[in-house]
Design a protein around this ligand. Structure first.
Ligand SMILES: Nc1ncnc2c1ncn2[C@@H]1O[C@H](COP(=O)(O)OP(=O)(O)O)[C@@H](O)[C@H]1O
Ligand SMILES: [Mg+2]
Length: 306
């Protein structure tokens, strides 16, 4: 199979691992930096050029689109999709995952438990806003146009008021979300590939103030999910339309709530925590998708029989 990895650099851990796994399975792998791609459209044809040269036939594209080139990168993914290439993941699903609000809307609408969340453009009714998510502490999550997010914990109405004033002053959208206290619970991440969870980890809680529990780079340990949690993770990825996703969940008080679905999960921390090869399952999935699509083509040519 001819696989294109869309990534800024082959030295990035996940890109390197995916490329190794694909080569090991005998595939022809090409690494393309999305910003070096030109997208050409003329009546009836869409072509991708890379550094001035036309990109030939491709069976599957695995996008690893950096936040910094999100818009352009997604256009590149879309262009390959329009040429009939299998995408692991497609551009609209990646865009939906990038937008925390859209993602939560889609999940909640399908009956998936999410932390109580409210979006507003007016911060004058703070008490009411906080009331809707069950009182302080709350999280304020910024929804920046470039897809970056910022998360802050507000432990009082006063600090929330000050935070929202700043956020609105910067002209940014935000959501206010119930801060789920997971004492006695777990902060979980499940890597979903196709219709199964291939790895699950939990973030080790750190002692100290609320804000410290938010830290990125927190230590991860392998976790065992309940059957329901695994099904919830798979369903969440499906709702957002992702074939590969890291689904972040918080388990507390006997409930598991999904708070984020990520489209290009970093494999490094997950592989290190579990000691497992998580790149190969993604390549296997790409193979299956390509096979099932060409199977469908054969069936159609066959007049729909078989
Ligand atoms: N509703 C919540 N309650 C408690 N902790 C949360 C909640 N939402 C997120 N967190 C914590 O904050 C971290 C960052 O939030 P997240 O929505 O994943 O933002 P991002 O990944 O964009 O920085 C999460 O990894 C998690 O540990
Ligand atoms: Mg996150």
């Amino acid at each position: 199979m001819r696989i294109v990895l869309l990534s800024r650099s082959g030295t990035l851990y996940s890109t390197r691992r995916l490329s190794e796994a694909a080569r090991r399975r005998g595939h022809d792998v090409r690494l393309l930096d999305p910003v070096e791609c030109e997208l050409v459209m003329t009546g009836g044809a869409v072509e991708v050029f890379h550094r001035g040269r036309k990109v030939g036939p491709v069976d599957a594209v695995i996008p690893r689109i950096a936040q910094s080139v999100a818009n352009y990168g997604l256009a590149v993914v879309e262009h390959f999709g329009l040429r009939g290439v299998v995408l692991v993941n497609d551009s609209s699903a990646i865009a939906q995952a990038r937008n925390k609000l859209r993602c939560l809307q889609a999940l909640a609408a399908r009956g998936i438990e999410v932390p109580a969340t409210v979006m507003a453009r007016d911060a004058t009714q703070i008490r009411q806003l906080v009331g809707r998510v069950g009182g302080v502490p709350v999280l304020v999550k910024l929804l920046q146009a470039n897809g970056r997010t910022g998360v802050m914990v507000c432990e009082s109405l006063q600090s929330l008021g000050a935070a929202l004033e700043t956020v609105l002053g910067l002209g940014q959208n935000f959501i206010v979300q119930q801060y789920v206290d997971r004492r006695g619970g777990r902060d979980l991440r499940a890597l979903v590939v196709g219709d199964r969870v291939v790895a699950a980890v939990r973030r080790r809680p750190r002692p100290g103030r609320l804000a410290r529990t938010l830290g990125r780079g927190a230590r991860l340990a392998e976790a065992v999910l309940t059957r329901e949690q695994a099904a919830l993770a798979v369903e969440s990825a499906r709702v957002v339309g992702l074939l590969v996703a890291a689904v972040d969940m918080v388990e507390a008080g006997g409930k598991t709530r999904v708070f984020e679905v990520n489209a290009s999960p970093g494999l490094e921390s997950l592989e290190k925590a579990t000691g497992r090869d998580l790149a190969s399952p993604i390549i296997l999935l790409a193979e299956q998708e390509v096979a099932s699509r060409s199977g469908a083509r054969v069936r159609r040519a066959d007049g729909g029989r078989g």
